[in-house]
Design a protein around this ligand. Structure first.
Ligand SMILES: CC(C)(COP(=O)(O)OP(=O)(O)OC[C@H]1O[C@@H](n2cnc3c(N)ncnc32)[C@H](O)[C@@H]1OP(=O)(O)O)[C@@H](O)C(=O)NCCC(=O)NCCS
Length: 366
């Protein structure tokens, strides 16, 4: 049975930074309150011409670069997102076209902030079953589009960004070892983004700010502190590991106090947790891969390290995944995946043109 190795990683955040100080000019809040209650100092915000796919393409190409894999070698793109570009088509298909992953299937996965863990587990299963070899899992968000900038209880928390992993099959032991996924829909009302077929936009709904993130912060906080410890222990047990075996825990970055509480619950020093919430806020599905990418880049996570990813979010959903960090598969000649981007653009335009011409010639037969 092949193993599913994490062989590439990349992240991207929009350039525009919104500090706590900036927020205090928009709503009644202040830097001290936000830092004390959440650990957040600043977050990145997408500009008008930046979308989940824009961020994901950049993160994804970096991940392919590290894995030294051509986009055309990808079998599947799983895009976990809480803020899809459209309800239809999937953000994953837009990414697939833009990076030129011509042979890849593509779909979006919605499990709120736990989405990246669900996606990584799903990708690993495709590889372990022997049916696919190269998979990209992406978490990408522009949450800023769904924030009510008049609501100080939510607008301080979220930020935009993307993180991507490449999963590859190998007979060498390592990679994703175990995962647990959970859901409790009885808590669906605690964290919602009412955009969809139940809440089509009307003049009135838009006027009344009905299509923004709504949250019961206290309840979500309580739920999160409980499930982080539980899910971590379950995933460790499934892997046959104990906490002593693990070098790093990479938690969903929602609130520093939630991470701190999980650390105390697990009786693990906070230093063993990868934390970057201060600079990005809560980027939902992107938060775990973004934290992992930074930790690899600054030398914290090294090949051979055992890690646990753990997250929670709307749904309610929660889960954890264990993996042994390996890095790129043994060298082959550099394939420069970034070069495929221009080619992908040309191909996309060409295919549209072809479809248009086909339409003219075959219209009568249809
Ligand atoms: C949202 C959250 C930071 C609020 O922190 P809290 O410690 O529970 O704060 P409270 O809601 O009890 O508010 C305390 C006080 O601060 C005020 N307050 C709320 N937001 C504020 C802000 N941005 N700035 C200043 N004051 C604020 C409240 O009005 C309240 O004032 P009061 O005591 O006069 O009524 C916290 O509940 C949280 O992080 N929850 C989890 C949310 C989450 O992670 N969601 C995503 C899941 S993926």
């Amino acid at each position: 049975m092949p193993y599913a190795h994490i062989t590439g990683w990349g992240m991207y955040v929009p350039e525009l930074v919104l500090t706590n100080e900036d927020l205090s000019k928009i709503v009644d809040t202040n830097d001290e309150w936000i830092r004390e209650r959440t650990g957040i100092r600043e977050r990145h915000i997408a500009r008008e011409n930046e979308y989940p796919s824009t961020l994901a393409v950049r993160a994804g190409l970096k991940a392919l670069d590290i894995a030294n894999l051509r986009p055309t070698e990808l079998d599947l793109i799983i895009c976990a997102t809480s803020t899809p570009e459209y309800l239809l088509p999937s953000t994953a298909s837009i990414i697939q076209d833009q990076i030129g992953a011509t042979k890849a299937g593509a779909f979006d996965l919605l499990a709120a902030c736990t989405g990246f863990i669900y996606g990584l587990n799903m990708g690993a299963q495709f590889i372990r079953s022997g049916s696919l070899k190269n998979i990209m899992v992406i978490g990408t968000e522009t949450l800023s589009r769904f924030i009510n900038w008049k609501d100080r209880t939510t607008c301080i928390l979220f930020g935009d960004g993307a993180g991507a992993f490449v999963l590859q099959a190998s007979d060498e032991p390592g990679g994703v070892v175990s995962a647990v996924m959970h859901s409790d829909g009885s808590g669906a009302n605690l964290l919602t983004l009412p955009v969809g077929s139940r809440f089509p936009a009307t003049e009135e709904s838009v006027r009344n700010n009905k299509h923004f993130i709504e949250m019961d912060g206290k309840e979500v906080f309580r739920f999160a502190t409980r499930v982080m410890v539980q899910a971590t222990n379950e995933a460790l047990k499934a892997a046959g590991w104990t906490l002593e075996d693990v070098q790093w825990v990479i938690p969903h970055q929602a609130n520093l106090r939630i991470i701190d509480s999980a650390a105390r619950g697990l009786k693990l020093p906070l230093e063993r947790f990868i934390i970057n919430i201060d600079r990005y806020g809560n980027t939902s599905t992107a938060s775990i891969p973004m934290a992992a990418v930074e930790a690899v880049e600054n030398g914290s996570i090294k090949p051979g390290d055992k890690i646990v990813l753990v997250g929670f979010g709307g749904g309610l959903t929660w889960g954890a995944l264990t993996a042994e960090w390996t890095g790129p598969l043994p060298d082959r000649r550099p394939v420069h995946p970034q070069r495929y981007r221009t080619l992908a653009r040309v191909r996309s335009i060409f295919r549209r043109l072809l479809r248009f011409i086909e339409g003219i010639f075959f219209r009568r037969e249809l």
